[in-house]
Design a protein around this ligand. Structure first.
Ligand SMILES: [Zn+2]
Length: 302
């Protein structure tokens, strides 16, 4: 979709599917409102498990073709959300999925966990200076739930936020750009507890997730910003469904490869960690308090 409002939102995620689960409604809403939405995904998710039996051969221990397949899933998901600008950090396959914390894949050269943070951030600085987003969304320092690629995505995104604003840092990557507001993905404790209780009562999956399985859970008062994406429920559901190797969607619930039900939230939650909060407690808009930017993002600068 062509940007028309001058609002520009950048999201940094670890694997294809994280964006749709965590921010699908937010991305669809801002895209529909005419904002430029840019997604940077740091790995292809090569290390993921595969749910459909007929696709089990894609996994890293068999054909090792899951990464390429997941580019297709991500493409379909972005089509569902109305987002046309999605990229992989350093290009597709530059950084490989590191697997869950503690597995041998953490030590493989070329995996994202082994990446030099400043070098990886350089790829993102180039995107920041090109796109000039007012808002950045990424994970908290624990990556939401301790996955190495999520932790590293946090480090790289926060480092790029700093470096992009420093005119002395690699001027060949473009003019310095200060992102006005940075948010981390969050899930209020009371919301996930209620949602999981509902899943236990109504969902059709064999089991139900625990709060510890859900990324970014915090005490309710940590949440600064609540995005109502109810109008985008269909788009978010379609995007999550597109990630079929990773997610099974059933109505208002979904499960990952562990078959444990979770609620599919169309309200999404954030913690403002850099920049000034806008009006409202909580904020209901990631761009709240920012001066309207009349000039649409420049096209054709890629
Ligand atoms: Zn992930």
């Amino acid at each position: 979709m062509t940007a028309t409002t001058g609002r520009r939102l950048l999201l940094v995620h670890a694997h294809p599917d994280d964006e749709s689960i965590g921010n699908g409604a937010t991305m669809a809403r801002y895209a529909a409102e005419g904002a430029r939405v840019t997604l940077v995904t740091c790995t292809l998710g090569e290390g993921g498990e595969v749910i459909p039996p007929e696709l089990a051969h894609l996994t890293a221990d068999r054909d090792d073709t899951l990464g390429a397949y997941r580019i297709g899933e991500l493409t379909e998901a972005m089509s569902a959300l109305g987002v046309s600008d999605f990229r992989f950090l350093g290009g597709p396959g530059r950084y490989r999925d590191s697997g869950m914390m503690g597995v041998p894949e953490n030590d493989v050269p070329g995996c994202f966990w082994q990446a030099d943070v400043d070098e990886a951030a350089g790829h993102l600085v180039a995107v920041v200076r090109e796109v000039r987003p007012q808002v950045l969304v990424t994970y908290d320092p624990d990556g939401g739930y301790g996955h190495p690629d999520h932790i590293q995505a946090h480090r790289v995104a926060m480092r790029a936020y700093e470096l992009a604003a420093d005119p002395a840092h690699r001027p060949e990557l473009g003019p310095a750009w200060r992102i006005a507001k940075v948010y981390w993905n969050r899930m209020p404790c009371s919301v996930i507890e209620a949602g999981l209780a509902e899943a236990a009562a109504k969902a059709s999956f064999p089991g139900v997730a625990q709060p510890a399985d859900v990324p970014g859970v915090v005490d309710d008062e940590v949440v600064t910003t609540v995005l109502d994406g109810a109008a985008q429920a269909g788009r978010k559901t379609a995007a999550m469904t597109a990630h079929a190797t990773q997610i099974t969607v059933d109505g208002a619930f979904f499960a990952l490869s562990n078959d444990l039900a979770q609620p599919l939230f169309t309200t999404e939650y954030y913690q403002l960690v850099r920049g000034q909060a806008g009006p409202g407690e909580p904020e209901d808009d990631l761009f709240a308090g920012l001066a309207p930017d009349a000039a649409p993002a420049e096209e054709g600068t890629r």
